[in-house]
Write a protein that binds this ligand. Structure first.
Ligand code: CMC
Length: 375
């Protein structure tokens, strides 16, 4: 029998069928349940997109109002969880806090976290709770009182209200809403795959989301936008861009915010966020991030032929919205939890244990040597 081919990183392996999200990597298109991301980013709200992912169709006005009300009601966290959050070191990484809090919530809310539960109750709960968890932790570490649940605010405005201070301009709210929409789902990316692997063992929704948060944390996935802002800090002046980027490439370092496993052209989310980085920058009279990023793009494309991905411009938008850098990846999770939960619910509907094999390359004929006889 011929040796099976190893697909390192499962590249190009089609693992399952899904009706949630389609990526046309060569055409640069991203589709949620039939709708182009450009159409959704321009016209829909994040709540509509969440409904679309969970229920498979856009809501009518009554359905959307009901969803909004349910999300608002679910923003309140149980006091036991607040006690746990109060005990965490204020130096903890917000992604670690999020992972720990979701895991703890499973103990406190056993009904929704039952294995194989296919109702969207848990999906709504986690989507509503994630900004509250982050807001509570962030305010506590900054010596501020716990944020109110702001029932009058949309999801995007609530995220802004708990993570920063000051009034929320309509453009800020729309920028955050677009960012949340763009990050909501992305086919079988690493964190979604992790969630589906967990769910495929018939484990519970909260365990699947805990796996996903741990997977999103890595800089090759959700953590890249923080590193993009670190690059801009290193560049400082636009005229230093060429020198700094080329030096990194000469050291074979990766430039964060570029390249993608699936897109062979520009990530359509990057195109939209580039525009928003410019719009928000112009509104706030600060185009310095946008200008440096444009130069980075130019150098990386010229030197390596790589295109931007979603992470290149998102950090600049969040910075302009006054969101601290270590909350960028958690904000990604605040959005992606809708896609993760939709995938887990889909997995439960058509469950098949995800269990690939590996090609063993180690020895097979060794004989056990007693410990005192070993060299
Ligand atoms: N900077 C410099 N070189 C790169 C980069 C980059 N960002 N991305 C790919 N390359 C090079 C890589 O070194 C390799 O070159 P060579 O063949 O000479 O060794 C070639 O391009 C192919 O790279 P690869 O690692 O085989 O490609 P991949 O499909 O495994 O990588 C990736 C995809 C996203 C991990 C990678 O492009 C990367 O590390 N990018 C930077 C991190 C980043 O921006 N991550 C966010 C991804 S988008 C958010 C999400 O959807 O999760």
């Amino acid at each position: 029998m011929p040796e099976p081919t190893v697909q390192r990183g499962l590249e190009d392996v089609v693992a399952l069928e899904s009706s949630l999200c389609f990526i046309d990597g060569r055409g640069g298109r991203l589709i949620y349940r039939g709708y182009d991301i450009r159409d959704l980013a321009a016209n829909a709200t994040f709540e509509e997109v969440a409904y679309l992912l969970w229920y498979g169709q856009l809501p009518n006005r009554g359905q959307l109002d009901e969803l909004r009300q349910r999300l608002v009601m679910l923003r309140t966290l149980p006091p036991e969880l607040l006690t746990i959050l109060d005990r965490l070191p204020t130096t903890s990484s917000p992604m670690d806090v999020l992972r720990t809090a979701v895991s703890a919530l499973a103990l406190l809310e056993p009904t929704e976290s039952q294995p194989g539960v296919t109702s969207i109750g848990g999906a709504l709960r986690l989507t509503a709770a994630l900004p509250s968890i982050l807001g509570y932790y962030h305010r506590r570490r900054s010596g501020q009182p716990a944020p109110p649940t702001h029932p009058e605010l949309s999801h995007a405005a609530y995220v802004l209200a708990v993570l920063r201070n000051g009034p929320i301009a309509p453009l800020d709210e729309k920028a955050m809403d677009v960012a949340l929409t763009l990050h909501a789902d992305h086919e079988l990316n690493a964190s979604t795959f992790a969630a589906r692997v967990t769910a495929s063992t018939l484990s519970d929704l909260y365990s699947a989301i805990t796996s996903a948060i741990g997977t999103l944390k890595g800089p090759l996935h959700g953590g890249a936008n923080e590193r993009v802002m670190e690059l801009l800090e290193e560049i400082q002046l636009p005229e230093r861009t060429e020198e700094v980027v080329k030096a990194k490439l000469a050291r074979h370092e990766r430039i964060m915010g570029f390249g993608h496993r699936v897109y062979k052209v520009e990530d359509p989310r990057a195109t939209i966020l580039r525009d928003w980085s410019h719009r928000v920058g112009e509104e706030k009279g600060n185009l310095s991030y946008y200008d440096r990023l444009r130069r980075v793009e130019e150098v990386v494309h010229r030197e390596k032929g790589l295109y931007p991905n979603v992470d290149l411009y998102s950090g600049s938008v969040y910075t302009l919205l006054d969101i601290p850098k270590d909350l960028f990846t958690p904000v990604f999770a605040v959005s992606r939890v809708t896609g993760w939960t939709a995938h887990v619910l889909e997995e439960y509907q058509d469950l098949r244990l995800i269990r690939p094999t590996s090609n063993y390359v180690g020895p097979t004929d060794l004989t056990y040597v007693p410990i005192d006889a070993r060299p």
